[in-house]
Design a protein around this ligand. Structure first.
Ligand code: HEM
Length: 422
């Protein structure tokens, strides 16, 4: 791989700033990613981190043990980014007990992930297909043909929320309440947020901790068949999850399964509706071909084409040379997954949507030890949704030429997706 000279090119930083900080950049990041990748695929930004836009380096950083999580969990992340804007004591109290997989390094991560994986298995997920299909049917039964449906509020948001709530054994009467709480809580993952969003995000975190503390207490008294009960019961070599770990894991599973899968359904359907030839090819394929395989490939391609998670990153535990760019010990590297997925060195004709593409996985679920634990669930939900939409409706059309994108980039998704089904 050709070495890349170090750069803190203000014009590249301006492009990056457009992606993270402007509505236009967030709406259409791909052209800007291309500019960054072509100018300097790994570059030391004047903003203080190294930014990667090629598949090879993004994958390396996510897999290489010289990189990891900065430590300190959400508490640290929030303090570093927003601490100066908030009463830190209150933050520390709120977040200190969090032991989330997402923020741990080995050996703590290895231990916790091993325990959680024993309760959250691919078999659990496969066994859920009939229930997920029934939930999708229930939501699609409400769609009125010929009228405008907002796919985000009526399908993409409630489906993953209901699936993970059902799995965790969150009582059904509490489901609606969590939609807004979760929406507010995930904002803390964004690189740039306003004061009001920060306050709302912290309040939402507090509500989640309180709610799941109570739920864990209740489940300890009466174990059931749900995932939370399995997490309580799981053991390995006499080791178990502590209360703090149970609460953090429940919140993580709950949160991780929400907006990400919403964005897979929303971004995916948007891509299909703006590529009518591919939509038609998929429809014809499903009528005559190998249905499970076609849906599997289609969902992989939709994940690649417009990734629900665009940004990830790691912290360097030692000095590392990354394609000629020195990353200092303690330095932060941003891996732009959405850019890696459009890297022409990895995917042929990467800006083309090709629902039969078989070129290996995109980086949408990351890579290495933090590879998304819910990937199988998200894929199954996507396959069922797109399969059912095509089975049940002879046609579907965007009802707005320019649907509105959320003002976010780590989790990229539409605020609304108005569609007319017939
Ligand atoms: C399309 C939907 C989804 C996408 C694109 C996605 C993406 C990701 C990504 C990129 C990571 C890695 C984060 C990192 O490197 O720090 C991750 C981690 C994780 N995801 Fe997902 N996710 C999705 C759905 C889900 C679902 C449905 C669940 C569970 C119900 C889930 C649970 C998790 C968990 C627990 C982790 C942390 C794993 C670890 O740190 O070891 N995700 N996800």
């Amino acid at each position: 791989m050709a070495p890349v000279p170090p750069t803190a090119d203000p014009s590249l930083d301006a492009v990056f700033a457009e992606v993270v900080g402007t509505p236009e950049g967030r709406r259409d990041p791909y052209e800007r990613y291309r500019l960054l990748r072509e100018a300097a695929p790994v570059y030391a930004s004047g903003l203080g981190m190294v930014i990667c836009t090629r598949y090879a380096e993004c994958q390396l950083v996510l897999r290489d043990p010289r990189f990891g999580k900065a430590g300190g969990g959400l508490e640290e992340v929030v303090r570093n980014r927003f601490g100066h804007r908030h009463d830190y004591e209150e933050l520390a109290e709120l977040l200190s007990d969090r032991r989330s997989l997402l923020f741990l390094n080995p050996p703590d991560h290895t231990r916790l992930r091993g325990l959680v994986s024993k309760a959250f298995t691919p078999r659990t997920v496969e066994g859920l297909r009939p229930e997920i299909a029934a939930m999708v049917d229930g939501l699609l039964d409400e769609v009125v043909a010929g009228e405008v449906t907002d796919v985000i509020s009526d399908l993409a948001f409630p489906l993953p929320a209901n699936v993970i709530s059902h799995m965790l054994g969150v009582p059904e009467e509490d489901w609606p309440r969590f939609r807004s709480v979760m929406n507010a809580a995930v904002v803390l993952l964004e690189p740039v947020i306003g004061d009001e969003e920060l306050e709302a995000g912290l309040l939402a975190q507090r509500e989640l901790v309180e709610y799941f503390s109570q739920l864990v207490r209740a489940r300890r008294r009466h174990l059931g068949e749900d995932l939370l009960s399995h997490l309580i019961a799981v053991q390995e070599g006499g080791d178990r999850l502590s209360d703090a770990e149970l609460i953090s894991t429940a919140i993580l599973l709950f949160g991780a399964g929400f907006e990400t899968t919403t964005n897979l359904i929303g971004n995916g359907l948007h891509a299909l509706l703006t590529h009518r030839d591919e939509l038609g090819r998929l429809r014809r394929g499903l009528e005559s071909g190998d249905r499970p395989q076609l849906l599997r490939l289609a969902v992989e391609e939709l994940l690649r084409f417009d990734s629900p998670v665009q940004f990830d990153g790691r912290h360097a535990f030692e000095e590392v040379d990354l394609a000629g760019v020195p990353v200092p010990e303690g330095g932060d590297v941003v891996t732009i997954l959405g850019a890696a997925n459009r890297d022409p060195a990895r995917f042929s004709d990467p800006d083309r949507l090709d629902l039969r593409r078989e070129e290996g996985p995109p980086l949408s679920f990351a890579s290495g030890i933090h590879f998304c634990l819910g990937a199988a669930l998200a894929r199954v939900e996507g396959q069922i949704v797109f399969g059912k939409l095509l089975d049940r409706f002879a046609d579907m059309e965007l009802a707005s030429a320019e649907p509105e994108w959320k003002n976010r980039i780590t989790l990229r998704g539409l605020a609304q997706l108005p569609v007319v089904f017939s």
